[in-house]
Design a protein around this ligand. Structure first.
Ligand SMILES: *Cc1c(COP(=O)(O)O)cnc(C)c1O
Length: 494
């Protein structure tokens, strides 16, 4: 060091203190295991202490480094005590799962290798091809080689699938969209129900199609897409000179877990040459459960399926997946191989970066591989069947309670319900149910979120955790009743 000239690499000090990576890694394992062990005993969620929150928000940029052991201490005392709540057996909010332990471990190993899974001849790339095939096999979707890719989530998978659908429609209309853009094409029109997740509209907007060209198709009283309404809408758009190209159906809506009727929708799409995309982010893996598998009949006829291993499978965030029936539709939409990315080792399928937006890509496949390999198809099926059984049980408990009302049949593992004592004023009921999720969350014993379904404020409990018990369901309903009684009383007094 002493004879290094100023400004030379050796004159700039390497990280100072002698870290012992191995002992820090062992301590990390203990920290993580202690965290997971203690989860069920703590409040599901609590608002952060203002000082603790400010300490994170306002943390100054460190000038000097710190040893790993100190960082671990901070992670253990300042970060891990303030979780989102998912992982707790009484977390029923949104669609956020407990992490699969095998996936947690794999995350560390994947980070240690830290490849870019863009492509090439290294383990991570081949593992991704294998797990995409496994995912397709689990949900019974056809899988030509190259017919899928892992993504950050279903939002990104939806963008990929809808881009492929859009480009195919343009091609059929005699236009190379990649070269010419949308100008010169009639409006491309897509169809989805009001229960469809917002990521579909976001994708439509981002792809330049315009959200007004995403038609809202009526649903029947059961919340499922109404085929006659779809048929009429397509005919009207064709008659007006527009170009229908896409139907989005749901394999488990986010509000009620409803599965659309795929067979008749697929028939109509075949007749009309429309791309059928299925949003299976939350619910596609429900197809594994023999008790509800029949609801998914025809899902395999879709042109594309987006789904989230980071939801029902418990793969640590992030991990979504896009599956396509025709490999070339995806590759033809995204492939661009400049000279600096040529790779003779890539093989016939080329790089994953030819199938999506990401160039440098994380090693997501190891946590998927570990999660599936740890439980096996049988274990995953049992976990999913347990969740749907718990959800049906919760539905029964709701129906048996005169103060509660079930708002939709329990088709998968989401239970949509509201607090509605007999004779209560509809406006008061709506106001109370609107405030109810937060009130329950703040009590700390259960976590549930809300939504509006068919114009009514409701709660929706999503069961993804096989460690949840019937007792946990009873606690949830106790909390809902108590919080609702408080809210109602406060409104009466006001
Ligand atoms: C979560 C979810 C999405 C969005 O997926 P992300 O992984 O959050 O991007 C889309 N559709 C449904 C039904 C979902 O549950």
């Amino acid at each position: 060091m002493s004879d290094a000239s100023p400004g030379s690499p050796d004159s700039v000090s390497a990280p100072g203190s002698p870290d012992d990576f191995r002992s820090a890694a062992r301590a990390t394992a203990d920290l993580v295991a202690d965290y997971l062990d203690a989860l069920p005993e703590r409040p599901v969620w609590q608002p952060m202490d203002p000082a603790e929150r400010a300490a994170l928000l306002d943390a100054p940029l460190p000038t000097e480094g710190r040893p790993l052991t100190e960082l671990l201490e901070l992670i253990g005392t300042k970060v891990m005590p303030a979780p989102m709540g998912n992982g707790h057996p009484r977390f029923f909010g949104w669609v956020n799962s407990a992490p699969a332990p095998a996936g947690v471990l794999a995350t560390l190993a994947a980070a240690a290798m830290n490849p870019s899974s863009a492509g090439g001849d290294h383990a991570d790339v081949h593992l991704e091809r294998a797990v995409v095939r496994w995912i397709a096999e689990l949900v019974g979707f056809p899988h030509p080689p190259g017919g899928g890719i892992l993504t950050s989530g279903t939002s990104m998978a939806t963008i990929l699938c809808l881009a492929a659908a859009r480009n195919r429609a343009a091609r059929l209309a005699g236009c190379d969209l990649r070269e010419a853009g949308l100008a010169g094409l009639p409006p491309l029109v897509g169809y989805a129900t009001a229960e469809t997740h917002s990521c579909v509209r976001k994708a439509v907007e981002l792809l330049g199609l315009g959200s007004r060209n995403l038609r809202t198709v009526a649903t029947g009283p059961d919340g499922r897409l109404d085929l006659a309404a779809l048929r009429t809408a397509v005919a009207e758009d064709r008659a007006a000179g527009r170009l229908p190209f896409l139907v989005v159906a749901s394999a488990g809506t986010v509000g009620t877990g409803t599965v659309d009727p795929f067979e008749p929708i697929a028939d109509l799409c075949a007749e009309e040459r429309l791309w059928l995309h299925v949003d299976g982010a939350y619910g596609a893996f429900g197809a594994l459960d023999p008790a509800i598998a029949h609801r998914y009949a025809g899902m395999a006829r879709a042109d594309s399926l987006a789904l989230d291993p980071h939801k029902w499978l418990g793969v640590p965030v992030d991990c979504g997946c896009a599956l396509v029936r025709h490999t070339e539709e995806l590759r033809g939409t995204f492939s661009l191989v400049p000279s600096y990315l040529r790779d003779e080792a890539a093989g016939e399928l080329g790089w994953f970066s030819e199938y999506g937006m990401e160039q440098t890509r994380p090693f997501r496949s190891l946590k998927v591989w570990a999660t599936i390999a740890h439980r096996g198809r049988a274990g995953i099926t049992a976990d999913i069947a347990r969740c749907t059984a718990l959800a049906r049980r919760l539905g029964e408990l709701v129906e048996a309670d005169p103060q509660l009302e079930l708002l939709a049949p329990v088709e998968t593992s989401i239970v949509a319900f509201r607090y509605r004592p007999a004779g209560a004023d509809e406006q008061l009921v709506d106001a109370v149910n609107r405030e109810l999720p937060t009130a329950v969350q703040l009590r700390g014993r259960a976590f549930v979120t809300g939504a509006v379904y068919q114009g009514r404020e409701m709660l929706r409990a999503c069961l993804l955790n096989a460690a949840t018990t019937e007792h946990d369901l009873a606690v949830l309903l106790d909390e809902v009743r108590s919080a609702a009684a408080e809210l109602t009383e406060r409104r009466m007094i006001r």
